[in-house]
Design a protein around this ligand. Sequence first.
Ligand SMILES: Nc1ncnc2c1ncn2[C@@H]1O[C@H](COP(=O)(O)OP(=O)(O)OP(=O)(O)O)[C@@H](O)[C@H]1O
Ligand SMILES: [Mg+2]
Length: 256
Amino acid sequence: MNIIAFSNQKGGTGKTTICVNLAAGLVKLKERVLIIDLDPQGNSTVSVGINLKFDDLTVREFILGEVRIEDVMVDSYIGDLSILPSNPDLAHLELELSNKSKNQFYLKKAIENSLDVLNSFDYIFIDCPPSLSLLTVNGLCASKYVIIPVLADFLSLQGLTNLLETIDMIKKKLNPELEILGIIPNMLDYRLKITEESLSLLREKFKDKVFKNVIKVCSRLRESPSYGKTIFDYAKNSQGAIDFINLAKEIKRRLK
Ligand SMILES: Nc1ncnc2c1ncn2[C@@H]1O[C@H](COP(=O)(O)OP(=O)(O)OP(=O)(O)O)[C@@H](O)[C@H]1O
Ligand SMILES: [Mg+2]
């Protein structure tokens, strides 16, 4: 079982899009995947077609150890893709945990207590919020790997340096196991000069840590969440679908 966090404190770099569509790509390659939606925005929950009712249980109760994983876990419309859903209630968790000791390890503990169920999955994907909040720290402390989606522009590359420092600090102080599985350039638009420039800068600086398969800009990817469908069901012949199946194969190779 591989636990992978999708993280970048910068908003809108594609954490959710990549988490959801890469998960669906791996399911196409016969893997079982669980997504943990660790973002109060609940974007990955909605992206796989789940609309929670007001009083439905969420990942919040799971993290607090108040319920069993089976009570929270929902099967998505795709067999072999399940999710621990979230909604804006999750935002309260930060406060609820704030005065507890070892509050960085609540998700890790909840996962360890549910291994009998979780061991049946090949991958656990954690979709982190756009911040370096306690929720994100919980995500990074519970993971073996982190995948970092970045955009190919100047400000995104600048933000990347801060993120790498934070990950380094978490590795030193809280989770020595944590490894960067890779950096995924997203929303690439090759008509722009900055795209090639940023990509070569990234590859020069981070070498093999940058995935070979990148995700190009694709309007179908932007549309699919509003239909609650992954790219393979919304637009199976699109550039996005091709990019994500290639990326899924690369991830499998990296983890062999
Ligand atoms: N390759 C792509 N081509 C076109 N649109 C994309 C692509 N990747 C992501 N998007 C769109 O960009 C927006 C931001 O993506 P997404 O929500 O995945 O980022 P995020 O990092 O999860 O954001 P947040 O930080 O708010 O959690 C969304 O509208 C998404 O549909
Ligand atoms: Mg997101």
